[in-house]
Design a protein around this ligand. Structure first.
Ligand code: F6P
Length: 538
C-alpha cells in the first residue's frame, strides 16, 4: 500500500479542505434546510447527528474513498476472522469473539475459539450465582458482601466504567470497590470500612505480572490474613483471578479453579467483556451481562455489514481523521450528558490513545501525518461550568462528541429536560455562534462586543439514544472500539500493541531498589538529584 499521503483520496481531501476550510457551518445550514436529516444516521438504536461538522457531501465521499483506498472493509474482515493483524506481537485481535453467539465459529490456530469463550462465560455465571445466593462463603462462613477489583489499565478502567455506567441495574446488596493505583492510599481507602470476612478480591491482570496490580494483590492478601487472623488457606475463599497466566496465578496462591481465563487475542483495553468483566457481571447479574454482550454484538455486525456510508463507527472514525489531519485538531472531547457515564471519557482515553498513539506504520516507517488526538471529557453539565469556555471562544478547534439520552433512569421533576436542553444548546451554540451584529443588537456597548462574540463553526457530533441500558453500553463501547480501528487502518498503525508503556515500567523497576539503598546513582543529573532528595526526605 502506498503511504497515506500519496493516496489519491488523501490528495483530493487536501485540496477539498482548502476549498471548504473557511466556510461557516451557518452557511452550510442556511443553504440546505435538510442538512440535519442529510447528515444523520439511525442504526443499532443510536441516532447520530453529524450535520454540525465542517463537511459537505463531497467531504464524506472523499473520506469514504480514503477508507476504500486504505482497504478498510478488508481489514475489518481480517480482524473479525482472526487473522494475526497485531503483527508486532504476532497475535489475532478478536475482542469481537468475546460476544460471538454460542453457535459461531471463529478459528484461531486451527481451533474454534467460541466454545471456550462460552465456557468461561458459563463459569463466570455460576460463580456469580454462588456469590449472590450466598452459597459461596468466606473463611469464617459468612457470605460475600464486598467485591474489590484489583487491576489497572484495561483490567480496571473497563470494569469501573461499566460498574458506574450500569449502577442503576446493580445488585445493591453488594459493595464494589476498585483499586488500581500503586499509591497505597488507593488500597487503604478502598478497604478501610470493609469487613475482611465478607470481602472477595478479584485480581484482574492479563499478564499477572503488572507491578501495580501485584503490589496491591500482595497487600490485599496481607490485609485479609491480618484481619482474619487466619492461615494461607483463607486465600482460596477470598481471592479469584482473571488472567491469561495460570502459572503466575497459582504461584500467587490462587487455586486455578478460581481463575477465569481469557486469551492473548484479547487486548487489555478491549477486555471489559471478557473474564475481566467479572465485577460487572456480579453487579448486573449474568443476564444483564449477556444483554450487554448482545449490544456489543449488534454493533459488531453493523460494523462488519453496513455499507461504509451508513456505518456508525466508520463515519465517527473518518471524521476524527478529517479533523486531526486536515484541520490540525489536537484533541477530541467526549461529553456524556448522563452522570452514570462519568467514567466513560477516562475509559476512552486508554482505548483511543493506547491504541492509536503511535508514530510508526505497519511497514516500520515514521508517519508524516498526525495520528490519535488526545481524548478527554467530563459529563455534562459539569464541563459547561469548567472548560467549555475554551471550546467556545478559545484558540483551539475541539471537535466534540455529545452523548445524550431521551429517557432518564432517575426521572425527577424536570431535571432531564433541563439536562437535554443543555446538550442541544451546546451543539447549537458551538456551531452557529453569535455574530457581532447580534451582540450589538442586544445593546452591548461597542467596546465589549468582541468579548461577547461567539465565532461558532465549532464542530460536534450528537449521539441521541433512548436510554442507558446494558445493551446500549455494549453498543457504545463497540462503537468507539471500531471507530478506533477505523482510524488505525487509515493511519496504517497497529492499534493493538502498546510498546510505548514499556520504557517507564522498566526504569521504575530499576529505580525502586535505588530508593531503598544509598548506592551510587547512574542516571542523568536531574534524575540523580530527585532520587537523592527523596532518599533524604523520606
Ligand atoms: O498500561 C499497559 C498495560 O499493558 C495495558 O495495556 C493493560 O491494560 C494494563 O497494562 C494492565 O495489564 P495487565 O492486565 O496485564 O495487568
Amino acid at each position: 500500500m502506498s503511504s497515506l499521503t500519496d493516496q489519491n483520496a488523501w490528495k483530493k481531501l487536501t485540496s477539498h479542505y482548502a476549498s471548504i476550510q473557511s466556510k461557516h457551518l451557518r452557511e452550510f445550514f442556511d443553504s440546505d434546510n435538510q442538512r440535519g436529516q442529510k447528515f444523520s444516521l439511525d442504526a443499532c438504536g443510536i441516532f447520530l447527528d453529524y450535520s454540525k461538522n465542517r463537511i459537505t457531501g463531497e467531504t464524506i465521499d472523499l473520506l469514504l474513498d480514503l477508507a476504500r483506498e486504505s482497504k478498510l472493509p478488508e481489514r475489518i474482515e481480517a480482524m473479525m476472522t482472526g487473522e494475526k493483524i497485531n503483527i508486532t506481537e504476532d497475535r489475532a485481535v478478536l475482542h469481537t469473539a468475546l460476544r460471538a453467539p454460542r453457535d459461531a465459529e471463529i478459528i484461531v490456530d486451527g481451533e474454534n475459539i467460541v466454545p471456550e469463550v462460552h465456557a468461561v462465560l458459563d463459569k463466570m455465571s455460576s460463580f456469580c450465582d454462588s456469590i449472590t445466593s450466598g452459597d459461596w462463603t468466606g473463611h469464617t462462613g459468612k457470605p460475600i458482601r464486598n467485591i474489590v477489583n484489583v487491576g489497572i489499565g484495561g483490567s480496571d478502567l473497563g470494569p469501573v466504567m461499566a460498574y458506574e455506567a450500569l449502577k442503576h441495574y446493580a445488585n445493591r446488596d453488594l459493595t464494589f470497590r476498585f483499586v488500581s493505583n500503586v499509591d497505597g492510599t488507593d488500597f487503604v481507602e478502598a478497604t478501610a470500612d470493609l469487613n475482611a470476612d465478607e470481602t472477595l478480591f478479584i485480581i484482574a491482570s492479563k499478564t499477572f505480572t503488572t507491578q501495580e496490580t501485584m503490589t496491591n494483590a500482595h497487600s490485599a492478601r496481607e490485609w485479609l490474613l491480618k484481619n482474619l487472623g487466619a492461615d494461607q488457606s483463607a486465600v482460596a475463599k477470598h481471592f479469584v483471578a482473571l488472567s491469561t497466566n495460570a502459572d503466575e496465578v497459582s504461584k500467587f496462591g490462587i487455586d486455578t479453579d478460581n481463575m477465569f481465563g481469557f486469551w492473548d487475542w484479547v487486548g487489555g483495553r478491549y477486555s471489559m467483556d471478557s473474564a475481566i468483566g467479572l465485577s460487572t457481571m456480579l453487579a448486573i447479574g449474568p443476564d444483564g451481562f449477556r444483554e450487554m454482550l448482545a449490544g456489543f454484538r449488534e454493533m459488531d455486525e453493523h460494523y462488519r455489514t453496513a455499507p461504509l456510508e451508513k456505518n456508525l463507527p466508520v463515519l465517527l472514525g473518518l471524521l476524527t481523521v478529517w479533523y486531526t489531519d486536515f484541520f490540525g485538531a489536537q484533541t477530541t472531547a467526549v461529553l456524556p450528558y448522563d452522570q452514570y457515564l462519568k467514567r466513560f471519557p477516562a475509559y476512552l482515553q486508554q482505548l483511543t490513545m493506547e491504541s492509536n498513539g503511535k508514530s510508526i506504520t505497519l511497514s516500520g516507517d515514521h508517519v508524516d501525518y498526525d495520528t490519535s488526538p488526545i481524548y478527554w471529557g467530563e459529563p455534562g453539565t459539569n464541563g459547561q461550568h469548567s472548560f467549555y469556555q475554551l471550546i467556545h471562544q478559545g484558540t483551539h478547534l475541539i471537535p466534540c462528541d455529545f452523548i445524550a439520552f431521551a429517557k432518564s433512569l432517575n426521572p425527577i421533576g424536570d431535571h432531564h429536560d433541563k439536562l437535554t436542553a443543555n446538550v442541544f444548546a451546546q451543539g447549537e451554540a458551538l456551531a452557529m455562534g453569535k455574530t457581532r451584529q447580534q451582540v450589538l443588537d442586544e445593546g452591548t456597548p461597542e467596546e465589549l462586543a468582541p468579548h461577547r462574540v461567539f465565532e461558532g463553526n465549532r464542530p460536534s457530533n450528537t449521539l441521541l439514544i433512548e436510554k442507558l441500558t446494558p445493551a446500549v453500553l455494549g453498543k457504545l463501547v463497540a462503537l468507539y472500539e471500531h471507530s478506533v480501528f477505523t482510524q488505525g487502518v487509515i493511519w496504517q498503525v497497529n492499534p493493538f500493541d502498546q510498546w510505548g508503556v514499556e520504557l517507564g515500567k522498566v526504569l521504575a523497576k530499576k529505580i525502586v531498589p535505588e530508593l531503598q539503598s544509598s548506592d551510587q546513582l547512574q542516571h542523568d543529573s536531574s534524575t540523580n538529584q530527585l532520587i537523592e532528595r527523596y532518599r533524604n526526605l523520606k
